[in-house]
Design a protein around this ligand. Structure first.
Ligand code: GRG
Length: 298
């Protein structure tokens, strides 16, 4: 597709295969987990997806000189948190979607209670994995705090609440929109980078720089998501499109237009690349990934 995907193609597929294999292992829960719950968790978690956040964990760890194998538990954990958020976001009480990752949403198949509980199971399993499998214990504790803060009330959950409140007429400006997406999408994406850096035992200034890179890429990712809702194809996206305009949602294209949104996203990607310049050659794949976020078609 492009220069960016060329640099990434092999590593992305290889890393994704490792992530998928480990996710399957983590879902081999013991007999106390009801089969229906395991099925419902697996239905959404193992349904594909780009695996952007776990790939970022592994690339950040590698870019900081760490061992990718050691970062796999945290990579799987963040994908579980992300998948839980998608399951809950699709519920009738929230975005009320019936298509996700190219298949019927979790609540369509398992019912609302089944979907809520699958999300709860994934969220809690994520923290069990980080606490137990990330080593040494002080790094595990720092990673738990990082992930909880990104996913919680001042991060993704807070952003989701602000977004829902905005739907009833509260969101008016670009600043308001950014405040929502910085929390709803940006914090978890940024956490992927800082988790990887922490597991590599990177110096605090590098953890910070990677976190800044993540914030910029996270916002650019959201702008790309808004653009894909306008210009994307449902078949490639694996979910409904043109929904934002239909719901009258405030989005980047509705505020800045399609060209203005692309321009803003390009600026953010350039800023992200400046943040990781101190990594030199080790940061090349993160650089390529930042460009991919804007060029993606799904
Ligand atoms: C329910 C607490 C709670 C939070 C939901 C992230 C989120 C908050 C909702 C998702 C809504 C949405 C479509 C946001 C746009 C950005 C985004 C997170 C898209 C989906 O992520 P991808 O494209 O999906 O990485 P895949 O399926 O590839 O993993």
């Amino acid at each position: 597709m492009s220069q960016a995907s060329g640099v990434l193609e092999n590593s992305w597929e290889t890393l994704r295969a490792r992530i998928d294999a480990r996710l399957e292992e983590y879902l081999e829960l013991d007999a106390d987990c009801p089969e229906s719950l395991r099925m419902s968790m697996g239905y959404s978690l193992l349904a594909g997806g780009k695996r952007l956040r776990p790939v970022l964990v592994l690339l950040a760890c590698d870019a900081c000189g760490g061992d990718v194998e050691a970062a796999l538990p945290a990579a799987c954990a963040i994908e579980m948190v992300h998948t839980y958020s998608l399951i809950h976001d699709d519920l009738p009480a929230m975005d009320d979607d019936d298509l996700r990752r190219g298949r019927p949403t979790n609540h369509i198949v398992f019912g609302e209670a089944g979907a809520i509980l699958a999300g709860d199971g994934l969220l809690t399993l994520a923290f069990e994995i980080v606490a137990r499998d990330v080593r040494p214990p002080d790094v595990a504790a720092a990673c738990c705090a990082d992930l909880a803060s990104a996913a919680g009330a001042c991060g993704m959950v807070g952003g989701q609440v602000a977004d829902l409140e905005g739907e009833s007429g509260g969101v008016a400006s670009l600043g308001d929109l950014e405040a929502i997406h910085r929390r709803k999408t940006g914090r978890l994406l940024s956490s992927a980078l800082t988790l990887g850096a922490r597991i590599a035992r990177a110096k605090p200034e590098f953890v910070k720089l990677l976190g800044e890179y993540g914030k910029c890429v996270g916002l650019a990712f959201q702008i790309a998501d808004d653009l894909l809702d306008v210009v994307g194809e449902q078949g490639k996206m694996g979910k409904g499109v043109q929904k934002d305009a239909h719901l009258g949602k405030l989005t980047y294209p509705s505020l800045l237009g399609v060209a203005g949104s692309r321009e803003k996203a390009r600026g953010l990607i350039a800023e992200a690349c400046r943040c990781i310049a101190p990594l030199g050659d080790r940061g090349r794949r993160l650089e390529a990934l930042a460009h991919f976020v804007l060029e993606r078609d799904h």
